[in-house]
Design a protein around this ligand. Sequence first.
Ligand SMILES: C[S@@+](CC[C@H](N)C(=O)[O-])C[C@H]1O[C@@H](n2cnc3c(N)ncnc32)[C@H](O)[C@@H]1O
Length: 289
Amino acid sequence: MSGREHISVLLREVLENLISNESGVFVDATVGGAGHALGLLSRNGKLHLIGFDRDQEALERAREVLKGYSDRITLLRGNFGDMKSLLHSAGVKSIDGALFDLGISSYQLASGRGFSFNDDEELDMRMDRGQDLTAYHIVNSYRQEEIARILYEYGEEWQSRRIAKTIFEDRKKDRIRTGRQLAEIVASVKKRTGKVHPATKTFQALRIAVNDELGSLAKGMDGAIELLSPGSRIGIITFHSLEDRIVKERFRNDEALTVVTRKPVRPGLDEIRSNPRSRSAKLRIAQKK
Ligand SMILES: C[S@@+](CC[C@H](N)C(=O)[O-])C[C@H]1O[C@@H](n2cnc3c(N)ncnc32)[C@H](O)[C@@H]1O
């Protein structure tokens, strides 16, 4: 991760492949730092962009970045899982394209909410600070077996039981308060392999559980696909295999869609060099029949 700035992943590929109607309504389901949104608006002079984010701070940043386009944007705070009802209440019945750029932004990683194992941040991990469930609650209150299940299912962590047992033993001595504490506990039972931090999968799993990321993804795809106009496209950028599999299966099995990318689009070496966060990104695109 390079500093706090968020660099949009696969920007050129998104700009070149997702627009079928230059004056249509496009949904950026994860507007975040608004890099993709800015590119889409500046390249398509009549496009109307509806941007969602469940994080109020992200939405405020997006509004600032997009201030030159205020007459062509609608920014909505909310979970893209509720896209259908949010769009309906905004009077939108059909859309001409959608982008989901999943996960968290570099701003959130550096936001002091415990997304990072490098800092002494409170274990929070909520994208939407209005919700109740936090990573602190899961780690300090859930049963050992439930923590193991979360790590296994959402992190594909094959040492899930050992890690859950150690978390359970450690929290009897004192509450696990920060990302760093949790990262150290995981590192005490799991050896580092290569450059990847041993707690990477644990953090991924907790973040997915706290934010119900897989449930939102399934619902968000349902809503977007239903509302897409014929011939328009949906593009989804994922950062780990669990999400990518869900998107791949959904695109392949939905009779309303034609798969545009039989293999996912990956960043080239130049992009990976200038933005290491992009290295695991995969973009899949499908078109409404
Ligand atoms: C990787 S960032 C998007 C970056 C953006 N494409 C850009 O170019 O700057 C992901 C954003 O999506 C938001 N997000 C993640 N899951 C969400 C959900 N279920 N509903 C709404 N927003 C979500 C996060 O809060 C974050 O701001």
